[in-house]
Design a protein around this ligand. Structure first.
Ligand code: PLP
Length: 428
């Protein structure tokens, strides 16, 4: 081959394989078991693949003991935890597995970090910035710090239902201690340019706390590229059992004042993990990363490292979910729904397939009940985002309807959703 032909061959983009959604679905036993039920409430918790179910069951059967013992089962628990940290570190692109701490859920980690940050406030640097797009878990605990001298500013979303970094910049000053924001809205699906947020926050010496709970299942996380300081995820939104994990830059976690018993090392991750966490669910989280890696190996057989396979999987998921988003926007439009968040089908790169909407003249609860009768699981209410409901002009006791998809959902399910929703709208 001539060198110019070789270059042209190298330069040619690889042909994107079609997303193997049928094979993906076959790996999630719950989907088959519940059929014809459609899981469109994934933002509240996703289903787990068989490899995760097996890992949890195996852990409970073979290693259901406390770690730190000298007998084989206990040694294995320690090994599982170390391996899980390595896998989650690859999932996040963390520099060091010891930057990953395991625990109960995202809310308790946000609380833990906020209590620690509260102890580091000074009269010169006591300002916190929160957003009106966030889940209340990433607002209320920061608000609580006002009792101990913090002041709070609101980074408000624009009328396009997105946060714009240009609006954050005037709020930042050398008094800003921390910005807390989401990576993507769990209610509207709007994405945030978190790398730009980090740059702006760091320019004034502030830290960035990211709520990555809703983003976790949708696209690649890269804590190094984003250059955030803290990031929290819930395993149960990302195909693992109920558990959560916190990541922080090692030096940042190292200087964080946290509660621990005096015999626990004052170093990450142990200083963040007081008490026993749920080891079988940590084993399940590690298996969820294995699931992602296996998908990545199928999508890109040349991906040679765990991180490369994770990246291949999550990039493939992200691209496939854009198709789902376009189909959902068409479905919602066909039923006459009012969609909150990015609704231009040419702008789906700015969102994930999480859709909050209302049908004119129909109570959200009624929409959801009727859809449940049609074997479709969606959710109504305030989505744990009272500030956001207020911004959208929605009553807290009614809120909106949310349909939230992940990569195991498919276009035939969107079609059934569209038909059922049109029937609800027509009956109104
Ligand atoms: C964006 C977001 N942040 C935080 C939380 C709270 O997570 P957890 O249930 O793990 O405490 C949720 C849960 O729905 C969420 O969607």
């Amino acid at each position: 081959m001539s060198s110019s032909l070789a270059e042209a061959t190298l330069a040619r983009p690889k042909r994107e394989p079609a997303f193997p959604v049928a094979a993906v679905r076959a790996r999630f036993p719950a989907l088959k078991q519940a059929a014809p039920f459609i899981y469109f409430d994934n933002a509240a918790g996703a289903q787990a693949p068989k490899i995760v179910l097996d890992a949890v069951a195996r852990h409970l059967l073979e290693f259901n003991v406390q770690r730190g013992g000298r007998y084989p089962q206990s040694v294995e628990v320690d090994r599982v935890i170390v391996a899980a940290r390595e896998k989650v570190a690859a999932f996040l692109n963390a520099a060091d597995p010891n930057e990953v701490a395991f625990g109960m859920n995202a809310t308790s980690f946000i609380r833990l970090v906020s209590l620690a940050i509260g102890q580091t406030l000074s009269p010169e640097r006591n300002e916190l910035i929160v957003t009106d797009l966030d889940h209340h878990a990433d607002i209320s605990t920061w608000q609580e710090l006002r009792k101990t001298g913090a002041t709070l500013s609101w980074w408000r979303m624009r009328d396009d239902h997105r946060l714009h970094v240009e609006d954050l910049i005037p709020l930042l000053s050398e008094r800003t201690r921390l910005v807390a924001c989401t990576v993507v809205s769990h209610a509207l699906g709007s994405r945030v340019d978190v790398a730009a947020v980090a740059k702006a926050a760091h320019a004034v010496g502030a830290e960035l706390f990211l709520d990555c709970v809703h983003f976790g299942p949708h696209a690649p996380i890269d804590v190094r590229a984003w250059d955030c300081d803290y990031l929290v995820c819930s395993g149960y939104k990302a195909f693992a059992p109920h558990m959560g994990f916190l990541w922080g830059k090692y030096a940042v976690l190292d200087r964080l004042p946290t509660f621990r018993e005096e015999f626990i090392p004052d170093a990450p991750p142990h200083k963040i993990e007081a008490g026993t966490f749920i080891y079988e669910n940590v084993a399940g989280m590690a298996a969820a990363v294995d699931y992602v890696e296996a998908l990545g190996a199928e999508l890109d057989p040349d991906a040679a490292t765990p991180r490369a396979r994770i990246l291949a999987a999550m990039t493939g998921i992200e691209a496939y979910e854009r198709d789902l988003s376009r189909a959902m926007l068409a479905a919602l439009g066909s039923a006459g729904a009012t969609v909150y968040g990015v609704s231009d089908p040419d702008q789906v790169h700015l969102r994930v397939p999480t859709f909050s909407f209302n049908l004119p003249g129909v109570d959200p609860a009624e929409v959801v009940e009727r859809m449940a009768a049609a074997d479709i699981g969606i959710r109504d209410g305030h989505m744990y985002a009272p500030r956001l409901m207020e911004r959208l002009g929605l009553a807290l006791d009614k809120g909106c309807v949310r349909a939230s998809l992940v990569h195991y959902n498919d276009l035939s399910e969107v079609e059934r959703f569209a038909e059922a929703l049109r029937a609800v709208a027509a009956a109104a």
